[in-house]
Design a protein around this ligand. Structure first.
Ligand code: NAD
Length: 475
């Protein structure tokens, strides 16, 4: 559904009206486009004491073609740049009359060495000087350590404190700027996550904390990281599921899209357009099944097993049957719990039990911010979506031995059929009450799923990533 307010206040006429009336003007978010470079421009680097990730960070910036300048807090950066044969200058705080072209595209702060509360001042020093230099749709990434991995309470405390900083920066920054924290354990690879959070692909992901706690392998091609992988996407006929199937195929995967018989035409249409955009020689497939049917898991396993197994499972199919608890029928409760939660359990059980999901596989489950914050009239839905998150936490350690990761994405307000059906007031509140001042698009969820499904994300498991523009709901 079109966001007419966003279009209006970004039109030449609407812009002047908004300015004179003092109306909020949400930024048009920059999303990934085939005709535009994904990365570029300059990153300003800041750091606390003993930053541990400078070498790896420089390696990634060189690989994606970003240049850098060092804030005075990052005194060792110039030496690292020289070692990598990279040019790097010194960051000068932006003056009021500086040109818009002086702006940087990213602020990256290495906080891994912060072990005591007073050292957090380095964050103040860097962001106080640098935030005004960050351009529209800019990116803030703070690199820290998992608090539980720190020896001693002060170090764990200081690492945890980073969360508040990153979330507040996301709320202060505006202009389509995102702010996220990567907790990188010793020996873990953060390139896949850093690329995602510096990219336009993460346009609607802000205020998130992601833990990366294991090594990873780089994909053969960062442009097609899913080449050679087979993926199942449930609920692929329309909305978020159709976008996930499209984006996974665009990243090189061969996709089986699943949906119910009533959506067969829409599913066929989706899979045909995917074949046109990302030709697989007919290997992309449509699978008609009701995931709630008792026979569905065995049928799905048989179909995928015949094709030689699968690498990525995306549990996206979901329904709402909203009513306050006193008015809700037992059938409304049961159908939502069954489709949104129990069907995932049954499907995974058979795919894992029969090794149809291969070693090194990826499971990504679509939850919702309702499952984090709760929602009036959605006791059934929020229970099912919180259950999805609980399952991800409980399964992640059990799957580590097989190199399989399991993560959840929790969308906020995304422009789809589901949200178009909302009453006007609820819809407008959902759209505006987040740091981006607008709803997300299905592609924002899809790009997040594709990142978690990538071979480079082997070190990311048991995480819940909200795709909600930093919604105030559940924040
Ligand atoms: P949608 O209703 O547009 O699409 C859901 C798809 O799932 C449909 O094609 C439907 O036919 C399919 N489906 C439903 N029941 C099925 C079953 N039993 N078996 C097979 N397929 C089935 O919904 P959407 O907005 O695209 O949502 C996709 C997922 O994202 C859902 O899990 C939803 O809960 C979640 N989500 C959406 C939003 C949002 O703002 N749209 C927010 C948070 C979470």
């Amino acid at each position: 559904m079109k966001d007419r307010y966003l279009d209006f206040v970004n039109s030449p006429f609407g812009m002047s009206i908004a300015r004179s009336l003092g109306l909020p003007r949400p930024e048009v978010l920059r999303r990934q486009r085939a005709d535009q470079a994904e990365f570029g421009g300059m990153a300003a680097i800041g750091a606390g004491p003993a930053p541990a990730l400078f070498d790896d960070l420089m390696g990634v910036l060189c690989a994606i073609g970003m240049t850098s300048i060092a804030h005075e807090s990052a005194s060792g950066w110039l030496t690292v740049a020289a070692r990598h044969g990279a040019m790097s200058g010194r960051f000068e705080p932006r003056t009021r009359d500086a040109l818009a072209t002086d702006r940087v595209q990213a602020l990256i702060f290495d906080a891994t060495g912060i072990e005591e509360g007073h050292q957090l001042h380095a964050l103040y020093a860097f962001f106080h000087d640098a935030l005004r230099s960050l351009g529209k749709n800019g990116r803030i990434v703070v690199l820290g350590r998992p608090p539980a991995s720190r020896a001693g309470v002060p170090a764990a405390t200081a690492q945890h404190a980073l969360e508040g900083m990153v979330r507040s920066l996301g709320k202060e920054a505006r202009n389509g700027i995102t702010s996220n924290l990567l907790r990188v354990a010793e020996g873990a690879d953060f390139e896949s996550a850093l690329r995602f959070f510096l990219s336009p692909r993460s346009a609607y992901v802000s205020g998130q904390v992601v833990t990366i706690d294991a090594p990873s392998v780089a994909p053969e091609s960062w442009a097609k990281p899913l080449a050679g992988k087979r993926a199942l996407v449930t609920g692929a006929a329309r909305g978020i599921g159709a976008s996930i199937a499209t984006v996974l195929a665009g990243h090189g995967a061969i996709v089986t899209g699943l949906d119910v018989a009533a959506s067969r035409d829409a599913l066929d249409q989706t899979m045909l357009s995917i074949e046109d955009a990302s030709p697989s020689g007919g290997a992309h497939a449509a699978l008609v099944a009701d995931i709630a049917a008792p026979e569905a898991p065995a049928e799905i396993a048989a179909a995928l097993g015949q094709a030689g197994g699968i690498d990525i499972v995306v549990h996206n199919a979901g329904i709402t049957r909203d009513k306050t608890i006193a008015r809700m029928t037992g059938e409304m409760w049961d159908s939502v719990i069954d489709i949104n939660l129990l069907a995932q359990e049954r499907i995974d059980e058979i795919l894992l039990g029969q090794d149809v999901l291969r070693a090194g596989g990826r499971i990504v489950a679509v939850s919702s911010i309702s499952g984090i914050a709760g929602n009036r009239g959605q006791t059934n839905y929020a229970t099912s979506k919180a259950g999805v998150i609980g399952r991800v936490h409980a399964m992640a350690p059990l799957l580590r031995g097989r190199g399989i990761t399991i993560n959840a994405v929790a969308p906020g307000f995304i422009e789809t059929h589901m949200t178009a059906r909302m009453p006007f007031g609820v819809r407008e509140a959902g759209r505006r009450l987040n740091s981006m001042g607008q709803g997300g698009l299905p592609v924002d969820v899809a790009e997040t799923v594709a990142w978690l499904a990538s071979p480079g994300s082997a070190g990311i498991t048991g995480n819940v990533v909200r795709v909600c523009g930093q919604s105030l709901v559940g924040a």
